[in-house]
Design a binder for this molecule. Structure first.
Ligand code: XMP
Length: 511
């Protein structure tokens, strides 16, 4: 890669991915790698700067992650955050103390000396603290640069060594000038040039993909989701018709989704995109099935078999393109993503396609970067900002057996919900929003008639990574409009309820 790199060493804190995203957002490429990386490996990696993240440990605890003093004498600038700052102090002979009580929340902090990190920041501002231990004495040669009332050393550093430690969290939005502190570290201390832009990324990847794929052929399964769409568009930009994409229409997509995929990618971008019409097969296979896991397995298996049939028609290819993104890479390293990925519907593809190598052009990108690349490639906004949808799609939003009638009712109700959320301008604030059709029937009165229909539930959550989520506080007026429209416009709908459960204890999906 031609761009500069920063190394974010992961000490296990909850904001670590956020730190990496902030650094990237400031125009500097970074990798989030394990804190046990040796000084030798770090030298090879050749970063322009290193960030030590926070973490749950105390530097005095058994098994607390350490860093070799060598890392701090490589001459590479270092910024330690929270635990990272304590570790710098501890490693270089300063003192870390246990505070009597933990400090958590917003605090006023005061610069006591101008320094490269304070440029453009008022002397007093607000920061976000979350810690128990604190730096009580800075190492020899270092000086205290900022304090708070309860934390004598909120920021310390050594300008000559270009090493700094900050007790609070510059990466969270509650720290008023947090972004500027990170920016100052990157640009004033590390000499960053800001060469990480999505325009550069596209140019670089297109050149690399052209070189790699050349005159050979590639195949990609498109799900309609953002990641596979952007991966396919990028490879298409590089090699055009040498890429064939297959879209499996399992008949369980949301309203108009299958048509949109074909119109954007085949008609719009001119991609070589094949649609496998398998709706009838999927619906037949689901007849009589009520168990959610069984539904997932049936859909997953049939998806792979359908794809395999299409792949056979295409014949041997050299490359299989997949939309793996950076959080998948980091999380699979830690085994954290097991819950989400175990039911991922494209997991079995490499086994049934005759190919030589997997190509994952987005594996270095965070989701927000993937969206920017999509925009850079000219994909329409509704594709770039599409909310995540599970592989089994509406099948796991229909409680009990999937029937054509329930599918039709759900599709219409869901479309109304999506339309009203868009009209209210809430699309980007809400992580996922969808309708569910329950297996419970309730009585209603519509016109002069008694009705007896399945309850429709609305689910909308805010989240950053789907691991935890909160129910979205949608204004009552919007909910009212959605409920009115669903009961008036959708056949077989006489009652609408709103799910007000967070995750945990509930999951985002109902099945
Ligand atoms: P839960 O319901 O476990 O969902 O809170 C977490 C995230 O994963 C999505 N999800 C799935 N994705 N196949 C998928 O590809 C599935 O079977 C599946 N089930 C849940 C869900 O939409 C949410 O974003």
């Amino acid at each position: 890669m031609r761009h500069q790199k920063v190394l974010v060493l992961d000490f296990g804190g909850q904001y670590n991915q956020l730190i990496a995203r902030r650094v990237r957002d400031l125009g500097v490429y970074c990798d989030l790698l394990s804190c046990d990386m040796s000084a030798e490996k770090i030298k090879e990696y050749a970063p322009v700067g290193i960030v030590f993240t926070g973490g749950p440990n105390s530097v005095y605890g058994d098994g607390a992650p350490r860093v070799s003093p060598e890392v701090l004498s490589l001459g590479i600038p270092v910024l330690g955050i929270c635990y990272g700052a304590q570790l710098i102090a501890h490693t270089l002979g300063g003192k870390v103390a246990h505070a009597k009580t933990s400090e958590y929340g917003k605090r006023e902090f005061l610069f006591v000396k101008e320094n490269p990190l304070s440029e453009g920041i008022p002397q007093k501002s607000v920061c976000w603290m979350s810690h128990t231990d604190l730096v009580a004495e800075v190492p020899a040669g270092f000086e205290t640069l900022a304090t708070t009332e309860s934390c004598p050393v909120a920021l310390f550093g050594n300008a000559e060594k270009r090493i700094y430690g900050v007790q609070f969290h510059p990466e969270v939005a509650h720290t008023e000038y947090g972004n500027l502190i990170l920016r100052n570290f990157l640009y004033n201390v590390c000499g960053a040039k800001g060469d990480w832009t999505m325009k550069n990324f596209v140019e670089e990847q297109v050149a690399l993909l052209r070189e790699k794929i050349g005159k050979k052929r590639a195949l990609c399964a498109m799900s309609g989701g953002v990641d596979s769409a952007v991966a396919a568009a990028l490879v298409h930009r590089a090699v055009g018709d040498r890429l064939t994409c297959v879209f499996v229409d399992h008949g369980l997509h949301r309203k108009n989704e299958a048509e949109e995929v074909m119109s954007v990618f085949k008609d719009g971008l001119g991609m070589n995109l094949v649609k496998a019409d398998a709706a009838e097969e999927f619906l037949d296979a689901l007849t009589g099935v009520t168990d959610p896991e069984q539904k997932r397995h049936i859909i997953g298996d049939l998806f792979i078999r359908t794809f395999e049939k299409e792949a056979k028609k295409i014949g041997a290819v050299d490359f299989l393109v997949q939309g793996t993104i950076y959080p998948d890479v980091i999380e699979s390293g830690k085994g954290k993503s097991a819950v989400i990925k175990s039911h991922h519907n494209v997991g079995g593809l490499p086994d049934v396609v005759d190919f030589k190598e997997i190509v994952e052009p987005l594996r270095d990108l965070f989701k927000d970067e993937v969206r920017k690349v999509g925009a850079e490639l000219g994909l329409p906004e509704h594709v770039v900002w599409r909310q995540p949808c599970p592989g089994p799609a509406l099948a796991i939003r229909i409680m009990g057996e999937v029937t054509r009638e329930k599918l039709e009712t759900l599709r219409e109700a869901d479309a109304i919900f999506r339309e009203e959320i868009a009209k209210a301008g809430l699309e980007r604030e809400i992580w996922q929003y969808f309708a569910v059709i329950t297996d419970s029937k309730t009585v209603g009165v519509q016109g002069d008639f008694r009705t007896y229909e399945n309850v429709i539930a609305l689910r909308a959550v805010t989240s950053v990574d789907a691991m935890t989520a909160d129910w979205a506080r949608i204004p009552f007026g919007v909910l009212e409009r959605v409920s009115n429209r669903i009961t008036n416009e959708v056949k077989h709908a006489n009652r609408v309820v709103y799910d007000i459960t967070s995750k945990p204890p509930a999951t985002i999906e109902w099945e």
